[in-house]
Design a protein around this ligand. Structure first.
Ligand code: PLP
Length: 395
């Protein structure tokens, strides 16, 4: 007998797995080149050359007892110091090694910080559309998710509703910019207004509200757009970073949390995050990868590759009459479904071997997510299918 809490989680995750399996069956039936699988956010550009070089260098030069050993649960001191210095250089901050906790990707980091902060029944506000896994991460620690409804004009957060939804039980707000699934970057103006709202509600309620910035897509931005660094705008900001997308290393499970000295009870939060890393069973972030990322702090994946896909997909779909806003970052396009029930549209797309994800998976029904971390050919070859869909649904 599995735990009651797991029953629904298994049901939901099998829906996503079913789509993945369906893609594989389609590929076997029609040939992989004739299936346009836009369902997964799995980077398709290789890790930069610096990563491979650093892996070999570490294996050659580092003492294997150190390289493969346990270390402080928060990570190697030299790695954390190198990351802190790099952030300080890029964003004019003043973090030290103690402010950095190495994590098992963004997912590991979010679980560590939520384990650190949440008492049962504490509320965590998320802004729709949002990465659906947040529901599970919050429920892991018996928190309650509170959803701010989407602003479908701009997909910037609906700040009035955010203000209204803050209660004495609000422990954290999670934001994600560049955003999965919209590709929107929250502007500096949005961040400043959001910080003012949080500060004023903290004062009114006499509570602390931690703003958790989930930013695995920070480096994947286009047209020179700047992604504001949250700790410069709000004292109680905590950053969750990951190399899964920025260095195309999702399987290696490596990222970090930044917990600034300015957050309330910083020392306790840092100490608790260290313990949470251990007791959640991570113990520490993967040792070899910690050393590798410390040597690749300025390395970049081929962002122009994603940009070419973005332009081709966005322009192609707009010409066909589909409605969407141009993503400024990440590798997703969020398109308005031509029918209210977007699941009908996703099902119809399968006829043309196109796999896309319904917006209801991101608490934003009526839209679909198209992940363009695919080959350029996949995008170009899918266009006749999208044209047929446009005709079928009279967009
Ligand atoms: N947060 C967002 C918004 C994501 O899109 C993802 C992965 O797709 C994650 C977190 C998890 O990232 P990681 O693989 O680093 O755990």
């Amino acid at each position: 007998m599995i735990a009651d809490k797991m029953v629904n989680l298994v049901k939901n995750s099998s829906a996503i797995r079913a789509m993945f399996e369906e893609g594989k069956i389609m590929a076997a039936k029609y040939g992989a080149e004739n299936v346009y699988d836009f369902s997964l956010g799995n980077p398709n550009v290789p890790a930069p050359a610096e990563v491979k070089k650093a892996v070999f260098e570490e294996l050659e030069k580092e003492d294997p007892v150190v390289l493969h050993g346990y270390m402080n649960n928060s990570g190697y001191e030299d790695v954390r110091a190198a990351i802190a210095d790099s952030i300080n250089r890029k964003f004019q901050t003043s973090f030290g090694e103690k402010n950095i906790i190495m994590t098992v990707g963004a997912a590991g980091g979010l679980n560590v910080i939520l384990k650190t902060l949440l008492n049962p029944g504490d509320e965590v506000i998320v802004i729709a559309p949002y990465f659906g896994e947040y529901n599970s991460y919050v429920s892991n620690y018996d928190g309650k998710i509170v959803v701010v409804s989407p602003n479908t004009e701009t997909f910037q957060p609906n700040l009035e509703e955010l203000e209204q939804k803050i209660t004495a039980r609000t422990k954290a707000v999670i934001i994600n910019s560049p955003n999965n699934p919209t590709g929107v970057v929250y502007s500096e103006d949005t961040i400043k207004k959001m910080a003012d709202i949080l500060r004023s509600r903290e004062k009114e309620l006499g509570t602390d509200i931690y703003l958790i910035s989930d930013e695995p897509y920070r480096e994947l931005v286009y047209d020179g757009i700047e992604v504001p660094y949250l700790t410069k705008y709000y004292e109680n900001a905590i950053i969750g970073y990951s190399y899964s997308k920025s260095l195309s290393l999702p399987g290696e499970r490596i990222g970090y949390l930044v917990i600034p000295d300015e957050v309330s009870d910083a020392e306790d939060v840092i100490a608790a995050a260290n313990v949470a890393t251990r007791i959640l069973g991570y113990v520490n972030a993967p040792s070899l990868m910690q050393k590798v990322v410390a040597k690749c702090l300025d390395a970049k994946v081929d962002v122009p590759f994603y940009n070419r896909n973005r332009e081709a997909l966005y322009n192609g779909l707009r010409e066909l009459g589909f409605e969407c806003i141009k993503p400024e970052g990440a590798f997703y396009l969020f398109v308005k479904s031509p029918v209210e029930d977007e699941k009908v549209f996703c099902a119809a797309a399968k006829k043309y071997h196109i796999l896309i994800v319904p917006g209801s998976s991101f608490a934003c029904p009526g839209y679909v997510r198209i992940a363009y971390c695919v080959s350029y050919e996949t995008i170009m070859n899918s266009m006749p299918g999208f044209k047929a869909l446009a005709e079928e649904f009279q967009v």
